[in-house]
Write a protein that binds this ligand. Structure first.
Ligand code: GLU
Length: 432
């Protein structure tokens, strides 16, 4: 986050990106295929596609100059049939309610396939935190939390970090909620600092989960980690950790990239140097020790495994045909558009879908929530062992479902998730 003490005078919200596929429709196209395979009753179909709650809040903030700026915040609860709704909060200039709806639904399916007793939610504030001071980000966070008091809570709706939010933001949410309820409620958010009831291993969990399912996929395809090459798009929390842990397994990381630049080195990139470079320079741009390549070329590099861990809509019908990887591990949420799915399938690429590939984060969020509730904290080794067990079990279950229905893993994952939520809903019954 930047150091300015107030919004710069020329601060303008960046224009929304218009050429992306509507993420909710992208989600629904896969949902429809799975619902058809399951022969889902029309009433259940209607129920499961509709978010339980969609909240838009206004967040007026007094800047240091005295000027008032109003930000817009969202929280969508897609479903809470399996338990309290769970999902991250992102701060970005181009977010929309439709995007929140898609991301919230993905959380529902993600928790269902991981067998975690949570429903799905997602939220965010339309702002660019890199252009805001820490103080303004704190004010935005506290006001956003205060606006959502009635729905938040360890048994209600439990946020976590997502794009451009972090442990500090979760600490402010926990504190604001606790101030209003007059009790310290650590279980109201996950991804908190360790001192406030966070869990060991949470920070690395999403990247670690990616590594675990990638190894499972390599095993299916017959690729040995030590003979494999990997390309990672996105060098934030997910991408950089996934790259590091895959390298520890013997994989050669030949390509990396972030918002600023992309780099290739066929002998393998020194990830420690890249990490050090980012620490000094904030982005990868200018990183020595690897060849600079156009960012669009990164995804099309010749490699065994591609890990898109940046953001939505990166693999589209425009570039899907040019992808050479044998395995794609979707570290980000929604990096592949629905229109790109059949192209990848025709090429025989094994795609580990986002709702499985990046589920390590919410799985350790669940462990954090459990630890907060019992007030007893686990060792990192215990967290990692349990995560590995759950990721492997989910991969195998998705793989088996995909084989049973003769569909790609993504559809297998949707079938598994929708079936589970629909069955739970039937047992609970409809109130009303
Ligand atoms: N934001 C992460 C995700 O998309 C984590 C959510 C959570 O831990 O609740 O999966």
């Amino acid at each position: 986050m930047a150091v300015e003490s107030q919004l710069p005078a020329n601060y303008k919200e960046p224009a929304p990106i218009l050429d992306k596929e509507n993420p909710f429709e992208s989600m629904m196209q896969r949902f429809d295929v799975a619902a058809h395979l399951l022969n889902l009753e029309p009433g259940l179909y209607e129920y499961l596609k509709t978010p339980v709650k969609q909240i838009v809040v206004s967040i007026p903030i007094a800047l240091d100059s005295g000027e008032i700026k109003v930000f817009e915040g969202y929280r969508v609860i897609h479903n809470n049939i399996l338990g309290p709704s769970k999902g991250g909060i992102r701060y970005a200039p181009d977010i929309s309610l439709d995007e929140m709806k898609a991301l919230a639904a993905w959380m529902t399916w993600k928790c269902a396939i991981m067998s975690i007793p949570f429903g799905g939610a997602k939220g965010g504030v339309k702002c660019d935190p890199s252009k805001l001071s820490q103080l303004i980000v704190e004010k935005i966070t506290r006001r956003y939390t205060a606006n959502l008091l009635e729905i938040l809570g360890p048994d209600g709706d439990v946020p976590a970090p997502d794009m451009n939010t972090n442990e500090q933001v979760m600490a402010w949410i926990m504190d604001t909620y606790s101030m209003h309820t007059k009790k310290t409620a650590t279980g109201v958010v996950t991804g908190k600092p360790l001192l406030l009831g966070g869990s060991l291993g949470r920070r690395e969990a999403t990247g670690r989960g990616c590594m675990i399912v990638t190894l499972s996929a390599m095993d299916k395809v017959g690729i040995k980690p030590k003979d494999s090459t990997v390309v990672v798009q996105g060098f934030g929390n997910v991408g950089s950790i996934a790259a590091k842990l895959l390298r520890e397994q013997g994989c050669k990381i030949i390509g990396i990239g972030d918002v600023s630049a992309a780099y290739y080195n066929k002998k393998g990139i020194d990830l420690d140097k890249a990490q050090e470079w980012i620490k000094q320079n904030r982005t990868l741009a200018g990183f020595p020790g690897a060849e600079s390549i156009p960012q669009d070329d990164l995804l099309e590099l010749d490699c065994d495994v591609l890990v898109p861990a940046a953001k939505e809509d990166q693999i589209t019908q425009r570039n899907a045909g040019k992808i050479k990887a044998k395995i794609i591990c979707e570290g980000a949420n929604g990096p592949t558009t629905a229109k790109a799915d059949p192209i990848l399938q025709d090429k025989g690429i094994l795609v580990i879908p986002d709702i499985l590939a990046n589920a390590g984060g919410v799985t350790v969020s669940y462990f954090e929530w459990v630890q907060d509730r019992i007030g007893y904290f686990w060792s990192e080794d215990r967290v990692n062992r349990r995560l590995e067990k759950m990721m492997k079990a989910a991969f195998n279950a998705v793989y088996a479902t995909a084989e049973q229905y003769k569909v790609p893993l993504r559809i297998g994952a949707y079938v598994m998730a929708i079936d589970k939520v629909a069955k739970t809903l039937k047992l609970r019954g409809i109130y009303g």
